[in-house]
Design a protein. Structure first.
Length: 285
């Protein structure tokens, strides 16, 4: 479901020129139909296009020691984070361009049945890699578990509406170990990508996770993409024993394999036509 809003008829067109600090935030709703039921667990992704997370300076613009909870790096971030290292003479936590550009749209899904909207339960935990959640990203350490005190002396990234210790109300999903933040910090290799946003778990084996029918997507539109001709979309997907549906690798393998086969045939023809057919071991005069 593309909700960028570039088309004048789109419900999100009114939010097209939103800024990072727009108050109140712009909201829009898109209705859509599921033609087929989703039987197993459903994965909700957000997708971005024309967003180059693979830019060299962008990829380097982070401080892994700070993200791992090192107290000295918290107050003295790496120079790789420039120009998002400090703000108003205070160190930024988390520093760097990757964190500063974190995706912050809010998506809510509803099923429509006889003009009644029923919210779909979206699970926000379990979306990040286990190694990231438990090894690479750690909150600062100190007396007590009060994140406000632990992050004292730092300031929020420039584009964030609130500091890192207010990303979630649950202590095990707040600060540097917030899973939405962790997912965003794993940069994508291509300019068109998707990142896991929420999980929809199957409740029982008698009914599908998402039945075919009418649905609506409520969007709190905070993330500006129009300035760089980007696009935003929401993706619903299931997985099989082979993983999620992503045709990129299959297309890439077929393309590269076809090129190799074609070159192999061409080189074989050249070898047979122009190759040295003299099999004699004698050295000619």
């Amino acid at each position: 479901i593309d909700y960028t809003g570039t088309e004048p008829s789109s419900p999100c067109n009114k939010c097209l020129n939103v800024s990072w600090d727009s108050t109140p935030p712009c909201t829009c709703t898109i209705n859509f139909t599921l033609e087929h039921s989703f039987e197993s667990n459903v994965f909700m992704y957000y997708g971005l296009s024309n967003f180059y997370q693979n830019h060299r300076r962008y990829v380097k613009s982070r401080d892994d020691s700070q993200l791992n909870g090192d107290n000295s790096s918290l107050l003295n971030p790496s120079k790789e984070c420039e120009p998002y290292r400090t703000n108003e003479d205070k160190p930024i936590a988390p520093c760097g361009a990757i964190a500063n550009s974190m995706f912050n749209d809010t998506l809510k899904l509803y099923r429509i049945d006889n003009d009644t909207r029923t919210p779909i339960t979206l699970i926000k935990k379990g979306i990040a890699w286990w190694t990231d959640k438990n090894v690479k990203f750690r909150n600062p350490t100190g007396d007590g578990n009060n994140l406000t005190a632990l992050f004292q002396g730092t300031t929020k990234p420039v584009n964030w509406p609130k500091p890192v210790y207010m990303l979630d109300s649950e202590p095990d999903n707040n600060g540097f170990i917030n899973e939405d933040f962790i997912v965003w910090m794993r940069t994508a290799a291509l300019p068109t990508f998707r990142k896991l946003y929420r999980l929809i778990e199957r409740k029982n084996n008698l009914q599908p996770t998402l039945q075919a029918g009418q649905y609506s997507l409520d969007i709190t539109y905070n993330y500006p993409v129009h300035s760089f001709d980007g696009r935003k979309r929401m993706i619903l997907s299931t997985i099989s024993w082979m993983g999620g549906k992503n045709p990129f690798l299959g297309i890439a393998y077929i393309t590269v394999g076809s090129i190799c086969f074609f070159l192999g045939v061409v080189l074989l023809i050249i070898h047979h036509k122009y190759g040295n057919r003299n099999t004699s071991a004698d050295i000619p005069n």
